[in-house]
Each structure stands twice: as C-alpha cells, then as structure tokens.
Design a protein around this ligand. Structure first.
Ligand code: ATP
Ligand code: MG
Length: 298
C-alpha cells in the first residue's frame, strides 16, 4: 500500500481535481482506493456526493476532535464512507473507492493541533510533537486499512498542522501547479518547507520519514492551435532547472469538461462518453494515472 499526498500551498491549482481523477481511474482499473479529504473546503468530498446526499454522514473531523479532547485517537476506519455513484461504476471492474470526508471544522483543528504543540513555534522539544505529527501515520497502520492498494490525501492549500500530518504519513508527494513563472518559484519554496519539516521531524523521531516528491503535474495548460502556449512551455522547462521531477503528461485547461462531469458526482475519467474535449481530458488523466503507477512503483 502506498500513501500519496497531493500538496501545494497555492490554491486553485487543480489538487482536488487531480486527486479525484487519479483515485477514480485507479479504482476503475480494479484497485482498492482510499481518498482522504483534509481540506476544510471539502471539494474532494463534494466531487463524489451531492450536498443533500452527504448530509449526516461522518467526516474526519470528530476523529481529530476526539484526539484533541482525550489525547488518544479512536480507530480511523469508523469514519470511512463509500460514495454510491462512483462505486456503482468501479465495483463491476473489481475496484473500490472509499473516502474520509472533509469538514469545514478542520480550520479549527489546525489551530487546536498547533496549540497542543505550544503555539506557532511547534517546538520539537514538546512531548506531544511526535504523537501529533504522527496522528494520521499511526492511524493508517491499523489493519483495517490493509485492504487498500492506494491512499491519496488531498491537502488544503497551506502547510499548517493538518497538512503536516499528511506529509508525515506519506511515502510520496505530488505537486500540481499551473505553468507560470510564480508557480515555478513557489514549487522551490514548497520543497524547502517540506525538507525543513522532514529534518526537524527526523531529528527527534526514532524512525526517519522520507516522503519523496514523485513529480510536479502541470495543470490547466492552455493550448493554441499548435500546442501549449509558448510562455507556458517555458515555465515547464524552467522546472527542470530546479531539478525536481515533472510528470510528462500535463492536464489541459478545460473548465466546461471538468464542470460538466462534476455535476454528475463523477470525475471526468468516469463520465459517460461525451464531447471531444471530455475525451481529451479523460485521456490525459488516464495517462497521468499510468505515470503515477510507474512513479509510485505499485
Ligand atoms: N484542467 C482544468 N481545466 C479547467 N478548470 C479546471 C481544471 N482542473 C480544475 N479546474 C477548476 O479549477 C478550480 C480549482 O480546481 P481544484 O479545486 O481542483 O484546485 P485545488 O488546487 O484543489 O483548489 P484549492 O486550493 O482551493 O483546494 C475548480 O473550479 C475546478 O473545477
Ligand atoms: Mg482542493
């Protein structure tokens, strides 16, 4: 089983769309997938549920709150839900897609976890440093999760405590980004923040962690008649200069295709046969998934 976080502290770069589509495509290929929505905005959750349908189902919030109240975490698997629509499509193909749902209250969780560590400075000397950082990592070692082939974590656009627990739990990291100059600069910054966390954590942990960036995925790439815009191609090439792996496959900008599919509570990869633009986007996400499998060596 591999745990992969989808991270970028920049908002609106396609993290959630990528997580939903890779997750759904893996399940459509017969794999057992768990998606974890750690973003208070909960858009991953609502990629698979209509709001009315989701009402009164559990989210991951009470699990975090239970830990904060008692300093002992309950089994996490009690909070797993199985979205009906997507599973109706993937189950006949031998796959499964489960979800730990997001919750607006996770905004408070970030603050409360930081407070449990003694405020913004997150001292490694605090006896709670390791248990708090390992909260998700430890919960996922439960045998209840043994049946999953892949766990994908959709993170909020920040590097706060909840995102840090995802980093510590991850074998791999994917960084979606837009192909522009500022985003390329941002990737370098994100990598530095990640390295700092890993160093700080490994200095006090009995067993080191080593979450590996398996690649930047360029999303919302704009095409002209002859291919990607020249300026965007330049940004993609720039990334190779900072020596960070980049997925060969990119995802093009196509708001209509993403939105149309979303209305059915199914990601583009599982949308019924549609227009040429839906088929192109589907193909790109399928290629990305193949590359994802190669890069995570499942
Ligand atoms: N390839 C695409 N082409 C056009 N629009 C897209 C594409 N991928 C995603 N979008 C749209 O862009 C918006 C942001 O996408 P998404 O929610 O996946 O990004 P995000 O990085 O998860 O955002 P946030 O940081 O807010 O969590 C959404 O409205 C989504 O429908
Ligand atoms: Mg998102």
């Amino acid at each position: 089983m591999s745990v992969v976080s989808v991270i970028n502290y920049k908002g609106g770069v396609g993290k959630t769309t990528l997580t939903a589509n890779i997750g759904a495509e893996l399940a459509a290929r017969g794999r057992k997938v768990l998606l974890i929505d750690l973003d208070p905005q909960s858009s991953l959750t609502f990629s698979f549920y209509r709001p009315a349908e989701f009402e009164s189902r559990p989210t991951i919030l009470p699990w975090f709150e239970g830990y904060l109240a008692t300093r002992a975490a309950e089994p996490l698997h009690k909070y797993v839900v199985s979205p009906r629509e997507v599973n109706a499509v993937v189950q006949p193909r031998g796959g499964k897609l489960d979800l730990l749902a997001g919750d607006l209250g996770l905004i408070e969780t970030d603050l409360n976890l930081a407070a449990a560590l003694g405020g913004a400075r997150l001292q490694t000397g605090n006896p709670r440093y390791l248990p708090v950082h390992r909260l998700l990592a430890d919960a996922l070692t439960d045998h209840a999760f043994d049946g999953y082939d892949s766990i994908l974590i959709d993170c909020a656009p920040n590097f706060n405590m909840v995102t840090r627990t995802a980093m510590v739990a991850s074998d791999h990291v994917i960084v979606p980004a837009r192909p522009d100059y500022l985003s390329t600069r941002g990737i370098d910054y994100l990598r530095a923040r990640m390295s700092r966390l890993v160093e700080e954590y490994n200095a006090v942990a009995p067993r080191p962690i080593n979450p590996e960036i398996i690649g930047v995925v360029y999303t919302m790439v704009q095409y002209t008649g002859t291919g990607p815009l020249i300026s965007q191609r330049t940004s993609v090439n720039e990334t190779s200069r900072i020596e960070i792996p980049v997925f060969r496959q990119t995802v093009r900008d196509n708001k209509t295709a993403v939105t149309d599919a979303g209305e059915r509570s199914l990601p583009v990869v599982l949308a019924p046969p549609g227009t040429a633009s839906i088929e192109t986007l589907r193909y790109e996400f399928q290629q990305l998934t193949s590359e994802f499998l190669a890069r995570t060596r499942i």
